[in-house]
Design a protein around this ligand. Structure first.
Ligand code: SAH
Length: 256
């Protein structure tokens, strides 16, 4: 999406309409969600968990099936929370997960009240560093964050006409992100790179199919055509330059 133009309510509705029909709203995978959860370690029976920028909750469902306690799943688009609620109902997980329409930049939770804050493909919306700093106060001492973030995987950026700089302005090396996490008050306990199929099979394949159906339904709106054009640029860029960047799962523990 083009961050440099004013996003109107109509644009937001279209974005919601586009993404709510996708199985997940960003690159990821069940195996990787569970791998990260494993790295967090054992949670207390009454664990309070928050999934920030949950979308329609693919990863929320995976977490819910493998964690004790209760999950609050937050997204600022009501359409995503409606999709999450429907998913949880269909999986019999409604008692375990509460959907909340809200902004992940807002003080939504009591200080020192949470055991785990999860965010797949979403922290960049408030900023990696800003998000980690903001969420720190919500966590109990010893609580965990687990987030995915776009990261440079080689020691140089490709000559891609400034695409990476435009779309991933906070991009940094793994070492840089780990340091940022430390500066934000966490002990970086683990990290791993998500494999390419989290992008290609799990995200871009359904995205290409969604581009087709969405274009047929909404292509008469110029704003919808613009959205589709920006969506269509992503996949070829990843196909050409995907060895340079990817998502890394970062797990950190609040100390003190
Ligand atoms: N975690 C999901 C969705 C990732 S897409 C997945 O991996 O599939 C990012 C999500 O963050 C979108 O659903 C978007 O609506 C939400 N989002 C973006 N900015 C937000 C904000 N400031 N507060 C809450 N949610 C936000």
């Amino acid at each position: 999406m083009d961050d440099h133009k004013q996003i109107t309510d109509f644009d937001l509705k279209l974005i919601a309409e586009f993404f709510k029909e996708m199985p997940r709203q960003g690159p990821g995978g069940t195996r990787q969600t569970l791998q990260a959860l494993d790295l967090v370690g054992e949670l207390p029976p009454d664990a309070r968990i928050v999934d920030m920028g949950c979308g329609t909750g693919k990863q929320t469902a995976d977490l819910a099936a493998h964690t004790p306690g209760h999950i609050t799943a937050v997204d600022f688009l009501p359409e995503m929370i409606a999709g999450l609620d429907a998913r949880m109902r269909s999986l019999g997980l409604s008692d375990k997960v509460t959907g909340l329409v809200g902004s992940m930049g807002d003080p939504l939770f009591e200080p020192r009240s949470l055991d785990l804050i999860w965010a797949e493909g979403s922290i960049y919306n408030v900023g990696f560093e800003a998000g980690l700093r903001k969420w720190h106060e919500f966590l109990k001492p010893g609580g965990f964050v687990a987030v995915t973030e776009t990261t440079l995987l080689l020691n140089e950026k490709p000559d891609d006409g400034g695409y990476i700089d435009t779309y991933f302005p906070e991009i940094d090396s793994i070492a840089g992100k780990v340091e940022t996490m430390q500066c934000a008050g966490y002990q970086p306990t683990a990290h791993f790179i998500l494999p390419p199929e989290c992008w290609t099979e799990n995200y871009y394949a359904p995205l290409a199919a969604r581009v087709d159906t969405f274009s047929r339904q909404y292509g008469h709106y110029p704003a919808a055509r613009e959205l589709v054009e920006s969506m269509k640029k992503e996949q070829p860029h990843y196909r050409q330059y995907g060895q340079y960047y990817g998502y890394v799962f970062y797990i950190g523990r609040k100390i003190g």
